[in-house]
Design a protein around this ligand. Sequence first.
Ligand code: PLP
Length: 408
Amino acid sequence: MTKRGYFDQFGGAYIPEILQATFKEVEKTFDSAKNDPGFWQEYLDIMSTYSCRPTPLTFAENLTAHFGGARIYVKREDLNHTGAHKANNVMGQGLLVRRMGKTRVIAETGAGQHGVATATMAAKFGFDCTIYMGEVDVERQRPNVFWMEQLGAEVVPVRNGTRILKDAMNEAFRDWATSMDNTHYVLGTACGAHPFPEMVTWFQSIIGTEAREQILAAEGKLPARVYACVGGGSNALGLFSGFLDDPVELVGVEAGGRGLDSGAHASRLASADASIGISQGYKTFFLQDDDGQMKETHSVAAGLDYVGVSPILAALSRQRRARFAAATDREVIDALSLTMKKEGIIPALESAHAFVQAFKEAPDLGPADSIIINQSGRGDKDIFTIADAFNDPSWKQFIIETAERYHA
Ligand SMILES: Cc1ncc(COP(=O)(O)O)c(C=O)c1O
């Protein structure tokens, strides 16, 4: 049997001695919550009264007709409070913070969704809140920065390294090493040292549990395949958790950026560019050079722009239980446009990666089969990037006029 915290050879807790006691405290609190049926009920109560659980499973009838293959369903994590699956993890960790008696939370964020979700949770539970965000992401996700600040959080732009998600994570760890007495680090994905991959997956498993029940009610049988985008891996693991023991194909879709041959991507499991290493407290596939220095990554979707990947997904990939593909920035914009026009729903740029691969494969299956795409978040936050990609002249005019008003 693999040691707790390891998934085959991946995972572990490679942390400095100073943080050992804190990680043990988090593990102990997590274990006691897991063994307490009252905790899961408390979690379900807050997710149904404060967020929107259960989120619907929408039959995408127009996309199904368009592709003429499998029946396409969309799991609507975009309908969570704060607009993404991030709420599932954040509210769960918030309940644990209360159990630990701590008063301050910190978090890293890429797209800003996890930051907004954490700032929201902190406001609701009355915690102080600091969010670390790479300077590049601060620039491309300005609306989320605005909301985090209005919700009462301090947003710290990180100017080290490549100024994106991994640098924000490093900075959050630095903070935690000096503040652990009163502070909990709300890690936003199923990465990092044990117990975070297991704990975040547990909270996100609510996606798969619901989706399995919903598809059985709708179709009377399991789906052929389920699709999710992969940044750190939390929404994918959430969906996959519901189908791990079933004969259902699990498909993760990473950021193919400008193409896998371009080097400008963030694909760790679908490309041959990543190698096994240890960083940020855990062992997994990283996009790194021969000296273990992290490479620059690129994606149109800030939330997928990360050098590592969940150790649980790394193990599932090695075991061939899940397979991984990559979607390019261009393909993502096209899939997003089609989904809006056909179904009237706006996926986040991150989620649109899953749509790309599902669209490629749906025609290979027949109408007796169904597939589920996890819509991890809503695209409203991406209006600047999407409008740029569509090159919309009236939007440009609006931005210019707004800027002129500020200068006047
Ligand atoms: C909407 C959305 N989807 C997906 C992700 C990727 O994270 P994960 O792979 O942990 O689900 C993010 C991360 O910020 C996100 O905001």
